[in-house]
Write a protein that binds this ligand. Structure first.
Ligand SMILES: Cc1ncc(COP(=O)(O)O)c(C=O)c1O
Length: 458
């Protein structure tokens, strides 16, 4: 037994004794032993057994500039030396938070003007929910308290964020959702939920579902509609053609606020700065996190359109909301450097197009695999839908756990690819090179082959 195995076993036992993991089936983890990730550079992770793993998920959809970027390390170190901490309460700010707020306003769609910082995507979502309520109270429309979200949406795991999430498995353990939150279906993804309809007909159906729900609740009672521009954690599901501008039009028709949850789709993931720009919409409220710091620091933000920002700015009593670490100087310094790198190194906009095109073309080559029913992509987001029958799109029997099997083969052969049911998800760092894309796709094909063999399909 080598030194690493002893160390790994020690950590595994400590971890099993004391560490409660998020989103984990605990007996399964204890049986297997945790895998310790001990280092990362570029797009690769290393574990305590010195395996090198290509991270096809950018951590949890966040490491846009890859791991171990020295410029970011330096920016964090400098900020920590200068101003290790101070808060934004009591009418103070710090240069990093102020400059970052201006940067967010610059990069978001026209009309977004004010930014409130928090630490996680879920906190940003909770903050947006509260600020929207506050806005309607200030506006003299306190009855507007109903929120509409979508089936299979993911908005985070705090009480409000999990309630807005439409992944029903998240609700019973915690007696959720809270009151005043409504989920509409069908989930706007044509391949899985639009069988028998053309894409246009399916768009009509999804848009009609929003209008119907607004009418059912009473247009004057609806505060906001929230959606991820591309549904992420629910299975990387892009919307059908024309969906977002039509959703925006319905919101405008009834004066309902449009809230884009850009926690995954923000900061270059779609090829544009934000998914809202990719789909041509101008939300009233945006939530963002993850790629804002490439995950190097926990930081998130709620960005508000003029109307909301102005109304709140006029409120003459104290806005009693915020966090100890809102606008933390080190986190904001990291975000500023991260955004500078995204701009300078051509990771967003026209300069990013060749890399995105290569990723999408190479991923599309997996469509010929016997398990793959659909290959989908938006920017550097990719999904492979594994199906029992490619013609009819019939899914695999859930008990077979095909996605989980494939994920395990990936993990054991040096690739992180996430499974959401039988959808295999990719979201590599934006710095991935063409050679690394080749490696990723070859590893994905190999894992698909191993899965197909395991279930007797090859
Ligand atoms: C769209 C969306 N909103 C909110 C969140 C929650 O972010 P966090 O895990 O940082 O709380 C996520 C996380 O994946 C997300 O995808």
């Amino acid at each position: 037994m080598n030194q690493f195995s002893n160390q790994t076993k020690f950590w595994q036992s400590q971890d099993a004794d004391h560490h409660l993991h998020p989103f984990t089936t605990h007996p399964q983890l204890r049986e297997r032993g945790v895998r310790m990730i001990t280092g990362a550079k570029g797009i690769y992770l290393t574990d305590s057994e010195e395996h090198k793993i290509l991270d096809g998920m950018a951590g949890l959809w966040c490491t846009q500039v890859g791991y171990g970027n020295e410029e970011i390390v330096e920016a964090a170190t400098k900020a920590m030396r200068e101003l290790s901490y101070y808060n934004l309460f009591f009418m103070t700010s710090n240069p990093y938070a102020t400059e970052l707020a201006a940067k967010v306003a610059e990069k978001t769609p026209e009309g977004i003007s004010q930014v409130l910082f928090a630490c996680s995507g879920s906190e940003a979502v909770d903050s947006a929910y509260k600020l929207i309520k506050y806005y309607w109270n200030l506006k003299g429309q306190p009855q507007r308290k109903q929120f509409i979200a979508r089936e299979r949406a993911y908005h985070g795991s705090t009480t409000v964020a999990a309630s807005l999430s439409g992944l029903t498995g998240m609700h019973p353990q915690f007696d959720l959702p809270i009151e005043g939150i409504h989920h509409i279906g069908p989930t706007p993804h044509h391949y899985k939920f639009g069988q028998g309809l053309t894409e246009e007909e399916f768009t009509d159906k999804c848009v009609q579902a929003l209008e119907d729900k607004i009418l059912e609740l009473g247009p004057k009672n609806v505060a906001a509609f929230v959606g991820e521009p591309v549904m992420g954690a629910g299975g990387m599901m892009p919307p059908p053609a024309g969906y977002w501008p039509r959703i925006e039009a319905v919101c405008r028709k009834y004066g309902v606020l449009l809230w884009a949850d850009e926690v995954i789709t923000g900061w270059g993931r779609t090829g544009e700065w934000f998914g809202s720009q990719y789909f041509g919409i101008t939300p009233d409220v945006m939530t963002m996190a993850k790629g804002m710091t490439s995950g190097y620091q926990p930081l998130s933000a709620v960005a508000l359109g003029h109307d909301i920002a102005d109304e709140i700015a006029k409120g003459d009593s104290e806005m009693v909301h915020g966090f100890t670490y809102s606008g933390h100087p080190v986190a904001c310094a990291v975000a500023l450097k991260n955004i500078e790198i995204l701009e300078r190194d051509g990771l967003v906009g026209d300069a990013a197009k060749p890399r995105i095109a290569y990723f999408q073309e190479q991923l599309a080559t997996l469509a010929d695999h016997p398990l793959v029913g659909q290959v989908r992509s938006v920017g550097l987001l990719g999904g492979l839908e594994l199906v029992a029958d490619k013609e009819t799109r019939e899914p695999f029997d859930e008990a077979l756990d095909v996605g989980f099997k494939c994920r395990e083969h990936c993990f054991n052969t040096g690739l992180i690819m996430r499974a959401v049911g039988d959808a295999m998800i990719l979201c590599p760092p934006l710095v991935i090179t063409n050679a690394e894309i080749d490696e990723l796709v070859a590893k994905a094909r190999n894992a698909l082959d191993l899965t197909a063999k395991q279930i007797g399909r090859m």
